[in-house]
Design a protein around this ligand. Structure first.
Ligand SMILES: [Zn+2]
Length: 261
């Protein structure tokens, strides 16, 4: 008997932090950008994973509560958007614990993404020790992705493409999106939905920010919906029991295999 092929998967993830780190220290993404973003996700019936810094959760607790109420997942994005490659092991451990201490006041946290998608492989055990199950700190488009993977019990779900690509004209963007293998992992930031076109930040951070970025994200969601992609939250993978599903290797209890490169 023929089995139906499973639909391809996409994870829409949002890194919730101060505006355009390390260039700005404002929080307009939280106070302004989150509103159209959450409304877009509600209209499109998409549930997402929000990687939030502990600092944001501490300073804007209502925002975190509203994410949870709307059925989104909250993961950790460090405490204050540090670069873990510049921290010694003890400081990295302290930061992870501090972030989780704050975030877990709102509910369970299983997923993690390091700021700047930079996390030393030698610190991976700190994440599992802290009770995390999923790491999304790798990026398929960075050279570090080619490093030999260390054995870990964590599920590793790398980002597929950088966020500014989503704001490119559709004739450039769509062939790129169409070439990404399932599971597709996209990420955006709330500050991209605030008009920072005149801000003193790098061009790729500021072009087409504001309402145009919301329009682009809507088009991207439609692009994948039309192609029958299923939108998932990171923690959904914890309920899977097959060894390899849509390119994501599992390392559930008993599995010792690291994520394949
Ligand atoms: Zn970040």
């Amino acid at each position: 008997m023929k089995t139906q092929p499973k639909p391809p998967h996409i994870f829409l993830t949002i890194d919730v932090e101060q505006d355009c780190p390390p260039y700005l220290n404002t929080f307009r993404g939280i106070t302004e950008g989150m509103i159209p973003l959450l409304s877009l996700l509600r209209q499109e019936e998409v549930k997402a994973t929000f990687f939030v810094t502990g600092q944001i959760a501490k300073d804007f607790p209502d925002v975190i509560r509203s994410l949870i109420t709307h059925g989104h997942e909250v993961g950790s994005h460090s405490f204050d958007h540090c670069n873990y490659t510049a921290l010694d092991r003890q400081s990295a451990q302290r930061d992870i614990e501090r972030s989780l201490e704050t975030l877990r006041q709102f509910g369970p946290v299983y997923s993690f993404r390091a700021p700047y998608l930079k996390f030393p492989q030698s610190y991976l055990d700190l994440l599992s020790q802290a009770g995390l199950a999923i790491d999304s700190s790798q990026a398929k488009y960075k050279p570090t992705y080619l490093e030999n993977p260390r054995p870990t019990t964590l599920r590793r779900i790398p980002a597929s493409i950088t966020s500014s690509v989503l704001r490119l004209p559709d004739w450039i963007r769509n062939p790129w999106l169409g070439a990404l293998a399932s599971p597709v992992v996209l990420f955006v930031h709330p500050w991209e939905f605030v008009d920072f076109r005149q801000a003193n930040i790098p061009f790729d951070c500021r072009f087409k920010t504001g309402t145009m970025a919301i329009a682009c994200l809507r088009e991207v969601i439609h692009f994948y919906q039309k192609r029958n992609f299923q939108f998932r939250k990171m923690r959904d993978v914890l309920n899977e029991h097959s060894d390899v599903e849509q390119g994501v290797a599992t390392t559930h209890s008993g599995g010792k295999r690291p994520y394949p490169t």
